[in-house]
Design a protein around this ligand. Structure first.
Ligand code: DOR
Ligand code: ZN
Length: 434
């Protein structure tokens, strides 16, 4: 591979522009000017370099729902969104609850080669919530699974959750919980608030999430195991985490871009593109979640990228599947909700989108400093760009973006994975040259 000279970039948006010489997958030089003959030159004037983003929560839908997304199209969407590693949730069909499926996902991710695809293993057999899956076999497989989750479903049985946490200790793994007490969300269609009541939709109350968050924080303290709380959506969950986290360093939590930006006002459209689980909450919740992310009570942003085929989304609210696209819009939503209002600087963006998720998942070569000798796994961002979201122009097969037609700030221009440009000027560069 030819060396690559990245000219005039500002790491973390700080200080004077520098040149980065990328050779053999690493940052070989970082100086105010580097001159190298024979290097491919990337003019990065005006751009900011961040460590490549890591998404702890992606639904790639393969195997089973390749009409909504595949590992190939989802990887392209991820790379275009500035991601260099994603965690593919286990709620595929068949479920990723055994070594065969997780190895398939891992292998296919490697073949595509646009991002590191790490399969998440299911906690329970078939996501059934009754019997622990073979966590050890998945951990020892070629995919080396280190994150387990029944996402889409909650591990509701407290004894099973306790056992999963105990087993995870021996495997050096983390259990990611979709916090939803199912007995409190039977028939739930939307956030349990005024608007849902007026529309006659059964409510999904905040306490259904918060009671599980509280219980699992206590179980994490009791077992000493690593708990990661998926898609925190309420101010109350953030309060519980604010209390629990100082007592147990093994607890972490994520928030999605859509729970930072959108609220249950969206319900008035009755458009199922806004249906998601957990549901869009109140404006007071979005405000509390932004503050908690800025403070570090919430560790990171994770997309919960959830593509759905048209027949599952373009239908009545009550039968539509929950979920929305997120990979290609995540950075822009973080810029709109956190950077522009002054809640996070670009260092902070690096922390919540790359460094913390890499630490939580135990990825040694992601979320690294932008320094000489470190992997050239980077996202190069134009902080001043604005763009208008158009589902038809996104890489995903499905088109269920809630941001259709919205003008968003900040844009990923180039993405590098171990020195290779996976995205160049907003276009995917495939390994096979396609
Ligand atoms: O909205 C959601 N969609 N929430 C989940 O927990 C699962 C996900 C999906 O798989 O579509
Ligand atoms: Zn979930």
């Amino acid at each position: 591979m030819n060396p690559l000279l990245v000219k005039g970039i500002r790491p973390y948006g700080e200080g004077e522009p520098v040149d980065l010489l990328v050779r053999d997958g690493v940052i070989a030089e970082r100086r105010s000017t580097v001159d190298t003959i024979g290097a491919e030159v990337l003019d990065a004037g005006g751009l900011i370099a961040l460590p490549g983003f890591v998404d702890l929560h992606t639904h790639l839908r393969e195997p089973g729902r390749e009409d909504a997304e595949t590992i190939e199209t989802g990887s392209a969407a991820a790379a275009l969104g500035g991601y260099t590693a994603v965690f593919a949730m286990a709620n595929t069909d068949p479920v990723a609850d055994n070594a065969v499926i997780v190895e398939h996902v891992w292998r296919r991710g490697r073949e595509v080669g646009l991002v590191d695809v790490h399969p998440v293993g299911a906690v329970t057999v078939g996501l059934g919530g009754e019997q622990l899956a073979e966590l050890g076999t998945m951990a020892r497989s070629a995919a080396r699974v280190r994150m387990f989750s029944d996402d889409g479903h909650c591990v509701a049985d407290p004894l099973l959750m306790r056992r999963a946490l105990e087993y995870s200790l021996a495997l050096d793994a983390v259990i990611a919980q979709h916090a939803e007490e199912p007995r409190l969300t039977i028939g739930a269609q939307a956030h349990d608030g005024e608007l849902a009541a007026r529309l006659g939709l059964t409510g999904w109350p905040a306490v259904a999430e918060e009671s599980i968050v509280a219980r699992d924080c206590l179980l994490a303290m009791h077992t000493g195991a690593r708990l990661h709380v998926c898609h925190v959506s309420t101010a109350g969950s953030a309060e519980i985490l604010r209390w629990a986290k100082p007592q147990a360093a093994t607890i972490s939590a994520e928030v999605t871009p859509h729970h930072l930006l959108l609220d249950d006002d969206r319900l008035s459209t009755y458009d199922p593109v806004n249906k998601v689980n957990p549901p869009l909450r109140t404006q007071a919740d979005t405000k509390a979640l932004r503050a908690a992310l800025a403070e570090g009570v919430l560790d990171c942003v994770a997309t919960d990228h959830a593509p759905h085929a048209p027949q599952d989304k373009d239908c009545e609210w009550s039968v539509a599947r929950p979920g929305m696209l997120g990979l290609q819009t995540a950075l822009s939503v973080v810029v709109a909700t956190m950077v522009r209002p002054g809640l996070l600087d670009w260092r902070g963006v690096a922390r919540v989108m790359s460094e913390r998720p890499a630490e939580i998942a135990g990825l040694p070569d992601q979320g690294r400093p932008i320094e000489r000798g470190e992997p050239a796994t980077l996202t190069l961002v134009d902080p001043d760009a604005t763009w208008t979201v158009d589902a038809a122009g996104l890489a995903s097969i499905a088109g269920n973006t809630p941001y259709q037609g919205m003008e968003l700030p900040g844009r990923v221009v180039h993405t590098l994975l171990r020195g290779e440009l996976t995205v160049h000027s907003g276009t995917v560069r495939r390994k096979d040259g396609r």
